[in-house]
Each structure stands twice: as structure tokens, then as C-alpha cells.
Design a protein around this ligand. Structure first.
Ligand SMILES: [Zn+2]
Length: 252
């Protein structure tokens, strides 16, 4: 594909990332993500369209609100850049197929749920529902087979985490169960297994590191959503290869 296409996809990703920031800020506070105009969270001045230019406005204003000077979180440009990069990666990997837009929706949902879970220890149902509802037709358009594997992944991942939640008595939240199920829908049965395995390994390692370094106590909850999202991102790009490698490995 010509470079200009990637540039346009990147700019689209930045703009979507800007919307994801709005979702990340407002959903946990129970505010509407569409009707309220964008405003500074500190001085409440309604922002002009040029104040909302992703990344660039943050750089021009040196990370501060233009009206009251309050320091803005670095999370804003980071989320925008990450969304832009993942959108380009999706188009690079899957080209002009229905898989590319499906994965863009999936990645957007992962970013919103992971950041909200990291900051507020909650995974909002609305973001999962939006991801699921938008995902179904996009997955069906890829192929009926993909949808069948997706439904199988949805049920298997949801059930597995539900069982872990029951056995561990609260080590896993309802939001984690639902997020894993939606991951299964997008990834399919086998890749979601890769994603979950990786999430447990990463979550275990980092949880242990936080415990050992004393950053978190034994009773502090470490949100699991970000690890699920990382596992899902990895499995999206490399899941099929890992499964093929594992099958070949066992074949020897
Ligand atoms: Zn302000």
C-alpha cells in the first residue's frame, strides 16, 4: 500500500485515540461520551476544535491547559500515539480485509478497558458491550468460520475465567471474566488460549515483582485487565504463529 495510506490511517488512529481518552475519562465518572462538549477537567472551559488536535496540541501547549495552566496527564498523548501505531500495524498486517477494521475496534476496546482498569480497578460493561456489538458483524464479514471459532472462544474463555474466579474466591472480577469472553470472540478459540496464558504469566510475574519491591502489599488488588489486554495484543499479531509452532513442536 502507498505510504500516504498509512499516514492517513495513522492520523485516523490519533483522532480515534483522542475519543478513547474522552471515554477513559468520562465512563468511570458516569458522564456521557457524546453529548457533553469536551472541556478542561480543572477549569471546565469548553475546548475549541484546535485544542483537541491529538498529540500536537499537547506538544504546543507543553502539556498544560491553555486556559488555566493545569498540567495534563501524559496519558492523553500516549493513548493517542498507541492507537495510531496499532491502527497502522493492523492495516500493515491484515491489509484491505474486514480483519483490519475488526482489530481496530478490538484494540480500541482493549485500550479503554485496560487504562480504566489500571486507574479505577473496574472494567466498564459499556466498553465491553460496544466492543461485542461492533465486533459481531465485523467478525461475520470475515467468514462464518471465524464467527464460529469466535463464539467458541467467547464461551471457553468466559467459562475458564469464571471457574478461576470461583476457585480463587475473588481473585478475578466479573469484569475480567467478561473481558476474556469478548477477547475470545475476536481472537477465536486457540489464539485466546495464547492470550490468557500470557496474561497469567505477565500478571503473575509483575504481581510478584510489586510484592517483592514493596510497591504493593499482599492485600492490594493488582488489576488484571491490563495484562489481559497485553496478552490479547500479542496473540492478535503472533497467536497463529505460536499455535503453528507448538503444533510442529509436538509433531516432532
Ligand atoms: Zn483548564
Amino acid at each position: 500500500m502507498p505510504t500516504i495510506c498509512y499516514v492517513m490511517v495513522f492520523i485516523t488512529g490519533l483522532a480515534v485515540g483522542s475519543f478513547l481518552n474522552v471515554c477513559i475519562y468520562r465512563i468511570p465518572r458516569g458522564q456521557s461520551v457524546v453529548t457533553t462538549p469536551s472541556h478542561c477537567f480543572s477549569c471546565a472551559t469548553n475546548l475549541k476544535p484546535w485544542d483537541l488536535a491529538p498529540v500536537f496540541s499537547f506538544m504546543w501547549q507543553r502539556g498544560r491547559c491553555r486556559y488555566c495552566g493545569v498540567k495534563l496527564s501524559r496519558q492523553y498523548p500516549l493513548v493517542e500515539l498507541l492507537t495510531g501505531v496499532l491502527f497502522v500495524a493492523a492495516v500493515y498486517r491484515w491489509g484491505l480485509t474486514w480483519t483490519a477494521p475488526a482489530m481496530m475496534v478490538f484494540f480500541s476496546m482493549l485500550i479503554v478497558t485496560a487504562v480504566i482498569d489500571w486507574r479505577h480497578q473496574v472494567i466498564p460493561d459499556g466498553a465491553l458491550l460496544a466492543g461485542g456489538v461492533l465486533g459481531l458483524p465485523l467478525i461475520y464479514l470475515q467468514s462464518l468460520d471465524k464467527l464460529k471459532w469466535g463464539v467458541a472462544g467467547f464461551l471457553a474463555a468466559g467459562l475458564l475465567l469464571y471457574l478461576i474466579a470461583v476457585i480463587s474466591k475473588g481473585g478475578m472480577g466479573g469484569g475480567d471474566i467478561k473481558l476474556a469472553a469478548v477477547m475470545g470472540l475476536y481472537l477465536g478459540l486457540k489464539p485466546v488460549a495464547v492470550a490468557l496464558l500470557l496474561a497469567f504469566m505477565l500478571g503473575g510475574l509483575i504481581g510478584l515483582a510489586l510484592l517483592v519491591t514493596g510497591k504493593k502489599g499482599r492485600k492490594d488488588a493488582v488489576p488484571f485487565g491490563p495484562f489481559l489486554a497485553l496478552g490479547a495484543l500479542f496473540a492478535s499479531f503472533a497467536g497463529e504463529q505460536i499455535i503453528a509452532w507448538y503444533a510442529g513442536f509436538r509433531g516432532l
